[in-house]
Ligand binder design. Structure first.
Ligand code: ZN
Length: 90
């Protein structure tokens, strides 16, 4: 049997590449998680805790006291508004 060095080299190279890309994928995921945690921490630190005052915090509609927003849209819009304010540093 002839030992095919080229074949072996190709095989090793393929493995090295897949190792490298798997590693960088993990690195990227780690970095992403780190950034998310950092952002979340900063966000929590800056965002005042909302009072449940029976009004939607976005459109001011009267709502059940246990809720903060009248619907999901208002909550999302509020979140968007807050993160926009946060981004501009206000
Ligand atoms: Zn609302």
């Amino acid at each position: 049997m002839i030992f095919d060095f080229d074949q072996v080299a190709r095989c090793w190279r393929k493995r090295a590449i897949s190792d490298a890309s798997a590693r960088s994928e993990v690195d990227r995921a780690d970095w992403r998680i780190e950034q998310d945690v950092k952002n979340a921490r900063a966000h929590v630190g800056k965002q005042p805790i909302l009072d449940r005052d029976g009004r939607c915090h976005f459109c001011d509609e009267l709502i059940v006291l246990a809720l903060l927003f009248c619907n999901v849209d208002c909550r999302d819009d509020y979140d968007k508004e807050q993160s926009a304010l946060f981004r501009t540093g206000r």
